[in-house]
Design a protein around this ligand. Structure first.
Ligand SMILES: [Zn+2]
Length: 287
């Protein structure tokens, strides 16, 4: 198998009442932890990177790793650009093998957002690459972008319908009360708004900032049309904690296989739990 356009398996997840978990990765260990676990769970999976994570790891390396993983494992795998804002970097990422891209033009005025997304869609679709757009602004900090509470705006259902029609995007990220990063209190998702968007928009919906959202709220979101869930923060914290615990136990440890091995194990546990929460385990055998 080579990398697979994720739209087909996101749609399949939706028709099975499930969602595809999409994991933000920074390096080889995280990458391997995600795909190995997805393969064990027979779950289609999306690996994604923010712009600075991509710079950190190298787009060529990650593109080649994803291509290799797609041949090693008999599950659908897609490689996605998360919150990219720059047209040229999207073009370059596609050249490196990324087969799904999010163009986040949500800070632009509506008409400019539509124009930029439309341009990305034309380039991407001509190459069989999927496009995710965002309408409304998701709060919190993702990569170098911070949206404070006052600037965060929820997705307007009517505008969402017009936006999808005008841009031709494949999936839509919605702002319904999730935030990037760690939550201070329990998030309170606006499910009525989600249902209203669902009624007006036919493409699958994407939930960002899903780390730290209680399981029951994720399940409810799935029932109301969310078919892709983004997980970033919940991988980073256990990974860092596992490494810290290694050095706390033995400050003289210098074998990367020990501390990175522990990190990988911690990441795998979270990946498995999220795949199961999304009901994506076993989905690769139903496609
Ligand atoms: Zn996001």
């Amino acid at each position: 198998m080579s990398l697979k356009n994720p739209v087909s398996f996101i749609e399949a997840a939706r028709s099975n009442g499930a969602a595809i978990a999409s994991f933000n990765i920074h390096d080889l260990e995280m990458f391997a932890a995600v795909v190995e676990t997805a393969a064990e769970e027979r779950a289609p999976v999306i690996i994604q990177q923010t712009p600075t994570a991509q710079v950190h790891a190298g787009a060529e390396y990650i593109g080649a790793m994803a291509e290799a993983a797609s041949k090693m494992y008999d599950i659908p795998i897609a490689l996605h650009c998360d919150h990219f804002t720059d047209y040229d970097r999207i073009v370059r990422s596609i050249e490196c093998g990324y087969n799904s891209v999010m163009i986040d033009a949500s800070k632009l005025p509506y008409d400019e957002n539509v124009a930029l997304v439309r341009r990305v869609v034309e380039h991407a679709h001509a190459r069989g690459v999927a496009v995710e757009g965002e309408l409304g602004r998701i709060g919190g900090t993702e990569d170098t972008m911070t949206v404070d509470e006052r600037s965060a705006t929820f997705t307007d259902p009517e505008e969402a319908a017009a936006f999808v029609a005008a841009t031709g995007i494949d999936t839509l990220a919605v702002a319904i009360g999730t935030a990037h990063g760690e939550y201070k209190g329990e998030p309170d998702l606006d499910f009525e708004r989600l249902s209203a968007i669902r009624e007006r928009v036919s493409v699958p919906l994407v939930l960002h900032g899903a780390s730290g959202v209680p399981d029951w709220q994720i399940r409810e979101a799935l029932k109301r049309g969310v078919a892709k869930i983004n997980i970033a923060t919940e991988l980073k914290i256990p990974m860092a904690n596992a490494i810290k615990a290694c050095f706390a136990a033995d400050p003289s440890e210098s074998d990367p296989r020990k501390y990175m091995g522990a990190a990988k194990k911690a990441v795998k546990e979270v990946v498995r739990a999220k795949i199961r929460l999304c009901g994506a385990n076993g989905l690769a055998d139903k496609l």
